[in-house]
Design a protein around this ligand. Structure first.
Ligand code: EPU
Length: 336
């Protein structure tokens, strides 16, 4: 464990924004993390914990300490007739975890294949895709409170999960560092194919089984989402807005084809990508940034863009959607 200085964060954010961190440190164990938290540098600087930087937008150099977990272990902690319990380190790459589950015939995360990021961030962000969210399989989350160095285990309920949200992003933001996440996965086949497009694509490719679902999700994602190695991006830039049912009915009279998903009796979720496309922004570029041509929810770095240029395009998109639909869309990406 070493605290390095003046480190470029370009390899540590999928937008590929070239900013620097005053200090940067990675740790391999809870013991090393505790040493870091007790260090002079930690105590006298602000800190920010990153995962694989796939949901971040750096606007400026970071004048503090950036932390990154290298705890990558995975272990079975229990099982019964129905379930297997797995405990994974926060630094493990999310998709390596999905691959491990699929190859061992554990059910419950296959729809979340190829989502960028790491285990720790998955539990902060409540990642989701194709009708599944990570909260569906999280059993508990282990974290260290930075102010006291105390270990705490959060039950799933205590994590207060919602759509792309958790207690770690809200009330306890910045106060805990996640070290491990425990998952409860099914040992018997149980698939979630309510998402019509996924179901059709899976059946077209073959039987309904874990490998085929994983393969199908990977190919859908690869066809829609840009490769960060070519064009920096952070996946969906905005969350899908949830609007009152009355407002939706009003809009639907004008926009008959408006896709939508009921959330409750009184609320409807509308895909932000569709709203942005209707504003005529899909595939448009603005200097060194642009709106992805295959999925309007994704902002891309066309080469050497600054974080501010991305933020300016995001503001322009939000303003266009507001003017056309009277709907406020909000970034899913965290601005640092
Ligand atoms: N749509 C358009 N134009 C676009 C994009 C989408 O008309 O440019 C329409 C689609 O035709 C479809 C609807 O919007 O009717 C939904 O599109 P899609 O299935 O691509 O999903 P999404 O709602 O845009 C969400 C997640 C993705 C996840 C997919 C699949 C959020 C913010 N995003 O996107 O997650 O992969 O569903 O479940 O909820 C991510 O978070 O980074 C991410 C990629």
């Amino acid at each position: 464990m070493e605290i390095r200085q003046n480190i470029s964060l370009k390899p540590y954010n999928t937008f590929g924004i070239d900013v620097k961190a005053k200090y940067f440190a990675e740790y391999n164990s809870v013991t090393e993390l505790k040493k870091l938290i007790s260090s002079e540098v930690f105590c006298s600087n602000r800190h920010f914990h990153i995962g694989s930087g796939s949901n971040l937008l750096f606007l400026n150099d970071y004048d503090g300490l950036i932390l990154h977990s290298q705890i990558k272990e995975i272990e079975k902690t229990g099982e019964d007739e129905e379930f297997i319990f797995l405990r994974a380190g926060s630094g493990m790459v999310w998709d390596d975890f999905v691959a491990y589950c699929v190859s061992n015939n554990y059910y419950g995360v296959e729809n979340l294949s190829l989502i960028p990021g790491e285990i720790g961030a998955s539990a902060v962000q409540n990642i989701g895709a194709y009708g599944m969210e990570v909260q569906d399989v999280i059993f508990s989350v282990e974290a260290i409170e930075t102010a006291t160095l105390q270990n705490r285990i959060f039950s799933r309920k205590e994590c207060r999960y919602g759509y792309r949200k958790s207690i770690f992003k809200e009330e306890l933001r910045g106060q805990y560092i996640i070290t491990h996440v425990s998952f409860r996965l099914r040992k018997q086949p149980a698939f979630k194919l309510d998402y019509q497009h996924l179901k059709e694509a899976v059946t077209e490719r073959g039987d309904i089984n874990l490998n085929n679902i994983r393969g199908t999700v990977i190919s859908i994602r690869q066809s829609k989402l840009p490769d960060p190695a070519i064009n920096g991006n952070a996946g969906s830039f905005f969350m899908n807005p949830v609007i009152p049912a009355g407002k939706f009915e009003e809009l639907q009279r004008v926009y008959l084809a408006m896709p939508h998903y009921p959330v409750s009796q009184s609320e409807v979720k509308v895909p932000a990508g569709w709203l942005i496309e209707q504003c005529g922004l899909k595939g448009k570029s603005f200097g060194r940034v642009g709106v992805h041509s295959k999925q309007a929810l994704v902002i891309i770095n066309l080469g050497n863009a600054t974080g501010q240029e991305v933020a300016d395009l995001a503001a322009l998109i939000m303003e266009n959607v507001w003017q056309k639909f009277g709907i406020e869309i909000r970034p899913e990406v965290n601005f640092i």
